[in-house]
Design a protein around this ligand. Structure first.
Ligand code: MN
Length: 188
């Protein structure tokens, strides 16, 4: 498991310690444990998570992708958000017109995911920033996109703190985004 880059209670009150204890400490941990169990003694055990996600199918893919997605999600949040760096803001302005439009598009797309899945800000195949969603464990890596930011919209991500109010959870996630991390994920 990738270490949590902040204290379990650091994102309160927007995201509670209890949510982190279950989401990071149980759900994410289970995907990692399942992946290790499924690949034990097999060639896949020596593959990187990235290459596994691009080639695996079935339960190995599902658990590898969920391990990757959760690591990426938790590492994209911070208790001390900073301003959006200029380089990233420029790319957002080109693609969406404004930062506020990106926020609307991202939250609207994430709120609209039917069932379990993920919302993403990615660099698409055309090199432009775009918002997309994936069902279940699916990842934009598989489509050749470069993920910059994700929001987990599985119910386990928000039911402790927000019950059925997914949009309220997403507004909270938006306030916790580490824009310096997102900028660092942007290819040159
Ligand atoms: Mn999750």
């Amino acid at each position: 498991m990738a270490p949590l880059p902040y204290d379990k209670a650091a994102l309160e009150p927007l995201m509670s310690r209890e949510t982190i204890e279950y989401h990071y400490g149980k759900h994410y941990a289970t995907y990692v444990d399942n992946l290790n169990r499924l690949t034990e003694g097999r060639a896949e055990a020596d593959m990187t998570l990235d290459s596994l996600i691009r080639t695996a199918v079935g339960p190995v893919f599902n658990n590898a992708a969920q391990a990757w997605n959760h690591q990426f999600f938790f590492e994209g949040l911070t208790p001390m958000p900073t301003a959006v760096p200029d380089r990233l803001m420029h790319r957002i302005a080109v693609a969406f017109g404004s930062f506020e439009t990106l926020e609307e598009r991202f939250i609207s797309a994430a709120t609209g995911v039917f069932g379990s899945g993920w919302a993403w800000l990615v660099v698409g195949l055309d090199g432009q920033l775009t918002v997309m969603t994936t069902p279940n464990a699916d990842t934009p890596l598989r489509d050749g996109c470069v993920p910059l930011l994700t929001a987990d919209v599985w119910e386990h991500a928000y039911y402790i703190d927000y019950r059925n109010r997914r949009a309220d959870y997403l507004k909270a996630v938006w306030k916790l985004v580490d824009w310096q991390k997102v900028d660092a994920r942007l290819p040159e």
